[in-house]
Design a protein around this ligand. Structure first.
Ligand SMILES: [Zn+2]
Length: 241
């Protein structure tokens, strides 16, 4: 076993488990989606290109540094073609540890339909745990332009709808938590879709959001986005006064 595999054995296994789970959840098809996990300042675990997520095993996970140089890859494996946006997000958000990008059918539908429902205050738990889901403009997959598309939103959220493409969620804890949040947002999207079908979506009021913000501050929970960039939920959802 490579010495980095030995050193980060538990985290590699966590990433493998997340890959299998993202496939079982039906959030990826064929070789779609990619996940990464920053396990040290200059060490990133990342999924390989052209391997179905449900088939990924311990040895398949590539290990790279923040410049994108490969520190470990099994013969025949190389890091995902979307490595540029993973590394750009890690570079611009030093607090982020785990990233999940996938194409879950319901959220991706939202990304095609140009609805901002997932950026509005509707459900308390997703607000507290994830925050608003902001839309990132369409750019062709595997391009540097797609990596740059996140730049102006990255400081203000931990979840992103990628226009006409899919979704991306980050966690400041680990890759498993990023997938938990991803699952939470896909469930929220399903509920919003049902609400729409049943006649409409009632938003939480400004007062409701003020109360949630107070609860988060009492519990010392971090606001969404980069540390220090967002002062509170009311500012996020309703703008500055
Ligand atoms: Zn994709």
């Amino acid at each position: 076993m490579h010495k980095l595999q030995q050193q980060f054995q538990a985290q590699i296994q966590e990433l493998v488990d997340a890959c299998v789970r993202v496939a079982e959840l039906g959030y990826v098809t064929s070789h779609g989606g990619n996940l990464s996990y920053r396990v040290a300042e200059n060490v990133v675990l990342i999924t390989p290109t052209k391997v179905a997520k449900r088939k990924i095993r311990f040895d398949d996970i590539c290990i790279i540094n923040m410049e994108g140089s490969v520190l470990y890859a099994k013969e025949g494996r190389k890091p995902t073609g979307e490595t540029p946006f993973h590394l750009r997000i890690f570079a611009r958000r030093p607090d982020v540890k785990g990233i999940v990008h996938a194409h879950p059918p319901v959220m991706t539908g939202f990304a095609i339909a140009s609805t901002d429902l997932l950026a509005l205050p509707t459900l308390p738990e997703p607000i507290i745990e994830v925050g608003p889901m902001l839309t990132v403009e369409y750019e062709e997959p595997l391009t540097e332009a797609l990596a740059q598309a996140f730049d102006d939103k990255l400081d203000y959220a931990n979840a992103f709808l990628m226009k006409n493409h899919g979704a991306l969620v980050v966690s400041t804890d680990c890759v498993e938590r990023a997938l938990d949040f991803f699952e939470m947002m896909e469930a929220a999207a399903k509920s919003l879709l049902v609400a729409k079908l049943l006649g409409g979506v009632d938003l939480l009021s400004r007062e409701d959001v003020e109360n949630l913000e107070r609860t988060m501050k009492t519990r010392h929970l971090p606001m969404p986005g980069a540390p220090g960039k967002v002062s509170g939920l009311v500012e996020l959802f309703f703008g500055k006064k």
